[in-house]
Design a protein around this ligand. Structure first.
Ligand SMILES: *Cc1c(COP(=O)(O)O)cnc(C)c1O
Length: 363
């Protein structure tokens, strides 16, 4: 059994995918070919925002968002303590200071209540609070109603790190539309993955979109040999755009099946272990299905003996990461507890009920 079965997905769309791959090869326009602009329009329409700007990966997307908002040295950016390293890394890479926020035990997402205290922490360190990066962890949108209230109240930018959340929604408003700027990743194992690295940014703001288009190609002005600022080399390949266009044709159907899989898991497991909680009105794209168990090593070993892979996302909080030792921040108790109990089970749209029954019976 595969943890996320990308072979099965390819098989399900093989003819269409092979044609798209060959088409991109034959086109000769390998960088910024027509597929890229087409895909951007398609993704902007899907998410329901004005602009989509693709880029090389989800980490660059975060970095580009921070650059476009003018965030740098002396600035504080609030990020959840329980996330993939890139969320906080991007903040530090632009010279700003990440401040780690605890998370909610049942949704795994940023705990808005903890932002109040941490705002004071930032000011006590002579930093200017500038932005919150909320993460749609494991596919589920963060609490954007409370987050946008908090950000308005404190004049902070809200950035949505939707690397794991593309396809999710709250009351029919799609993920990647909740931030002033939102980002996603097309890393193969994400809900919408390509065949290599890729990423995108979303915004309704014309100026930020124009800035992002400049920043992703060396700070270009009227053309790429007119450089009006420092930027990155961060484009999405034509080939990856072609792959994503095919994947988009199947995406909504995949969201349905992956939600069916999650329901099945929860039905079988919720009386035995702590299963993920999806609040009323929220819809997850299930990048991961993550349970909490006290005897994690034992459960993981039992699954492994039966040939079933499982993963620990994440074994360390951001404050525990060696790279962030220099920040010397207050520990976040829930995030730390989660690192010792979480276990992610095989999850993807091609998982069968039979497989889920087998996994659940071992747990
Ligand atoms: C994967 C991921 C990223 C980074 O995306 P890449 O495309 O791998 O650079 C950022 N944030 C979160 C939450 C992620 O899961």
């Amino acid at each position: 059994m595969q943890f996320r079965d990308l072979h099965k997905q390819y098989d399900a769309m093989r003819a269409e995918m092979d044609e798209a791959l060959l088409g991109a090869a034959h086109s000769g326009a390998y960088i910024m070919g027509p597929h890229v602009a087409e895909l951007e329009q398609q993704l902007a329409d899907y998410v329901g925002v004005k602009h989509c700007v693709t880029c090389a990966n989800g980490t660059d997307a975060l970095r580009l968002a921070l650059m476009a908002l003018g965030i740098g040295p002396g600035d504080a950016v609030f990020v959840p303590d329980f996330t993939f390293f890139a969320t906080a890394e991007a903040v530090a890479m632009v010279g700003a200071t990440p401040i780690f926020i605890d998370v909610c035990d049942s949704t795994y997402n940023i705990l808005v209540a903890d932002l109040y205290d941490k705002c004071c922490d930032a000011r006590n360190k002579d930093l200017v609070p500038r932005a919150v990066i909320a993460v749609d962890l494991f596919g589920q949108p963060a609490d954007y109603k409370r987050l946008s209230e908090f950000c308005k109240e404190h004049s902070l930018f809200l950035i949505e790190d939707g690397a794991q959340g593309f396809g999710g929604s709250i009351d029919d408003k799609k993920a990647c539309s909740f931030g002033d700027i939102s980002t996603t990743s097309f890393f193969p194992a994400k809900p919408l993955g390509c065949y290599g690295d890729g990423g995108a940014l979303f915004t309704d703001n014309d100026e930020w979109a124009a800035m992002l288009r400049s920043l992703r190609i060396h700070g270009k002005g009227t053309d790429k040999y007119d450089n009006v600022r420092l930027g990155l080399n961060s484009r999405l390949d034509t080939l990856q755009a072609a792959v994503l266009q095919v994947k988009m044709n199947h995406f909504d159907a995949e969201l349905l099946t992956v939600n069916h899989a999650a329901d099945k898991y929860s039905e079988l497991l919720s009386c035995k272990v702590k299963t993920p909680v999806v609040p009323e009105g929220f819809y997850s794209s299930w990048a991961q299905y993550t349970i909490q168990v006290d005897n994690r090593d034992e459960v993981q070993a039992r699954l492994k003996a039966a040939g079933i892979p499982s993963m620990v996302y994440y074994p360390h909080t951001m404050s525990q990461q060696t790279a962030f030792n220099y920040l010397n921040q207050r520990p976040c108790p829930t995030a730390e507890k989660l690192t010792t109990t979480v276990l992610s089970l095989p999850m993807h749209p091609y998982l069968t009920d039979e497989e889920i029954v087998t996994i659940a019976s071992l747990i």
